[in-house]
Design a protein around this ligand. Sequence first.
Ligand code: FES
Length: 163
Amino acid sequence: MISDATKARFAKEVAKYPAEQAQSAVMACLSIVQQELGYVSSESEKVVADFLGMAPMAVHEVTSFYNMYNQKPVGKFKLNVCTNLPCQLRDGQKALHHLEHKLGIHMGETTSDGLFTLQQSECLGACADSPVLLVNDRKMCSFMSNDKLDQLVDGIRAAEGKA
Ligand code: FES
């Protein structure tokens, strides 16, 4: 459900562009939706499309192209492991498999306690630091050996009282 307050935030983004280029604010509007609702549903895409005068499919193309947009609810901590080719050559896939085993879920799933969602990602721009992962689209973790992956997960669980 997109509130009037959220639409007011959309309007502030749209105001940054020439009147006939409202659709330039699409990424910002989708980010606002995700900040407020945690993910971007197809209903939210339609609201954004209406607001910006775009086709819903054009909005969906943006949501589905950038994997920072969540298309369904995710856990409190989203772990995106890079499995693009340079990282595959330097244990990126191994790191993903280690986390699947550690968390007891498969890639794309969320743990039953809602704490972790595990995803793979395209290049994060830190190939030389592989294996790399991004926590909640913000915090980059480099050189993630199995030991460091365990420390990361155990540290979050402890901090959240779920050790
Ligand atoms: S391929 Fe993984 S960071 Fe570039």
